[in-house]
Design a protein around this ligand. Structure first.
Ligand code: ATP
Ligand code: ATP
Ligand code: MG
Ligand code: MG
Lengths: 191, 165, 191, 165
């Protein structure tokens, strides 16, 4: 079991660095395994050592890999590495998306359902996320729930859902790509 | 392999049977607040065997059964069917499509089916896990939960990798 | 102390019903005081009786008002009243906003800072929220952080913040209403 | 009464002193992800006497002190000044404007000031509470926390009303 964890971790780690470089151009991301002993905790039970000072351990080196946790550290462009809690709302979304994409790239699942994952992102970062979805759409299926017009534009298929007069959900329409552009203009009726 | 369709009946706001047919590639779902978009995602999570009511935003699992509206009486049962394309043979089953169904009645009785044959929950979860759809693959990101991975402790994040291994 | 709690609760309760009627046209909202005894809890410690079955108690009736909690129940238009946890993301934002506005209307604070409170809302509901902000902007000061273009349009003053090449925040500009329209078109540079 | 200005120096991403002058009515703040918008809201929460690091997204209160960037060394102190217009006399103090300042040094020493005179935390919180700006007025809604009120228990919601009473 250990070998496959170590191999998967190594693959996810490498992909994470790549995806962070794509989502934070000029930034860096790193996944490391925590030290062996249980982390120090403060009086609230919060882990004290999340962040820089855990020395990265090459997954293959230690036979006791099985109990190690995974630490995420990110350096946004031009900034210092800080605790994840100090990142902005949008930056946190991007880091979380990067982690999930790193796992996807190491071991793809047959489909992904993403429910308003880009709600905290500005337009530039929405475009970066959408570019990534388009790059990988031949490797897996993405079903995306959104209110963002930019996201609607990358749809191969667009579904409209609405609440009927009887208080139940109705499926309004399903447009293939070629009609979707035209319908986009009418999207405001759905919203 | 991909998700070919989702059919829901008596599940949350889907009082009457609705069906979503999906294609490979990118499908986008839009609609006003409260129209039922996240309920689609909940229906798939539920059909895949989810046991925690809070994972589908309920206090008890019966909360997923359509509980009535101004015009309609509550439903007695919730049912969701998800159809997975298996032409790649990813799932160790000799069909080119796999239909997974789940039902829940008001009295708490539940049932699972694979290609319409009754089965146990463990049969569903094992079949899905073979296809890379285990509980921890996080292939379904619920609304507002995208950064949950950052809130979890390092040891909890390990489960993400173990599942994928 | 009791009288002022009872009086404030009564005012907030009335305003809550009004604000819900504005944000959910055709819907109803109600604030009620819980019963005296501590709520039943299930094995996870979740309160079992949140919702319909707590009988509303007129604040003035009971001398033991001081230990009562406040229950929120909302009936969206055409739907039944359900537990708050079953509401959609946007509906939950609206209910929370209604509660906060109900308190504001009963006892206004000198200023409010709202950080992306409309992130989960569709365009129709963003417009309803903005209409409410405009209606009350002479009674208090609103400072709103947002990525939504619709929200930018209601600004009397628009501030731009950006991250400088040295990794620190810079205040880019401050436009008064009359120039804000023109700058809106250039907003994409900021984003 | 309204918030006339916020000045921050060495506070989070505001390494050098920045000032925001606000008017009555509606002010909208925009900018890219990570540019420092929510840090403005945190700076006001902090200047008003906030004691919990998690309320300003830190693990310890020193996390609010500018901790350096690629080009700049960390700061030794964080300072925020908020200027409140008091021409309506809402605050029981004979000035037409009230400046509330807070400082924190790397060694953990902190200080509060009202109109530049040193004071205690309790002086700041009492003054603000007279003006309807107590801890529970929820006049500052942090990012992602809009529906926190729905997650709280009925007894916790009571504090909202008690504060306003
Ligand atoms: N058991 C049930 N019976 C009937 N309706 C239900 C049930 N459970 C939830 N609902 C309804 O489903 C609606 C929520 O739907 P959902 O969360 O899917 O909306 P959404 O389209 O995702 O909206 P948003 O854009 O705001 O996130 C609620 O209004 C709720 O009343
Ligand atoms: N002590 C500190 N020193 C330096 N920079 C800090 C400090 N604390 C936080 N930051 C920086 O502040 C940035 C976050 O700013 P903020 O949360 O205000 O962004 P925002 O404009 O609200 O973005 P979003 O639109 O994504 O919500 C982070 O990138 C973080 O690195
Ligand atoms: Mg939703
Ligand atoms: Mg922010």
């Amino acid at each position: 079991i250990e070998n496959s964890f170590a191999a998967t971790f190594a693959a996810v780690r490498d992909h994470f660095a790549d995806v962070i470089a794509t989502l934070f151009p000029g930034g860096e991301g790193r996944l490391t395994l925590t030290r062996e002993e249980p982390p120090e905790v403060d009086e609230d039970g919060e882990i004290l050592d999340e962040g820089e000072d855990s020395e990265p351990v090459a997954a293959a080196e230690s036979p006791r890999v099985e109990r190690r946790g995974i630490e995420i550290s990110v350096k946004p462009p031009r900034k210092a590495v800080r605790s994840l809690s100090l990142l902005s709302g949008g930056e946190r979304s991007l880091v979380a998306i990067a982690f999930l994409f790193a796992i996807f790239l190491a071991r793809p699942a047959p489909f992904y359902i993403l429910d308003e994952v880009e709600a905290a992102l500005d337009d530039v970062n929405i475009d970066r996320l959408l570019a990534m979805l388009k790059r990988y759409q031949t490797r897996t299926q993405f079903i995306i729930i959104t209110h963002q017009k930019r996201t609607m534009e990358v749809a191969d298929t667009l579904y409209g859902v609405t609440m009927g007069p009887d208080g139940t959900s109705k499926v309004l329409s399903r447009k293939m790509k070629k009609d979707a552009q035209q319908e986009m203009a009418d999207e405001d009726d759905l919203e | 392999m991909f998700l070919k369709s989702v059919k829901a009946r008596g599940f949350k706001s889907f009082a009457r049977s609705v069906e979503f047919a999906f294609e490979p590639g990118i499908t986008v779902v839009v609609g006003p607040n409260g129209s039922g978009k996240s309920n689609i995602s909940d229906s798939v999570t539920w059909a895949m065997g989810e046991q925690s009511p809070t994972a589908v935003r309920g206090n008890s699992m019966q909360d997923v059964i359509f509980s009535g509206s101004d015009k309609l009486a509550p439903a007695g049962m919730a049912e969701v069917e998800i159809l997975l394309d298996n032409s790649s043979g990813a799932m160790p089953i000799e069909f080119s499509e796999v239909l997974i169904s789940r039902r829940l009645y008001r009295d708490g009785d539940g049932a699972y089916f694979i290609n319409k044959s009754p089965c146990r929950l463990i049969d569903v979860t094992e079949l899905l896990s073979d296809a890379g759809l285990g509980r921890n693959t996080h292939s379904i990101i619920s609304q507002g939960k995208v950064d949950a991975i950052l809130e979890s402790k390092p040891s909890e994040r390990r489960a993400y990798i173990e599942e994928a291994a």
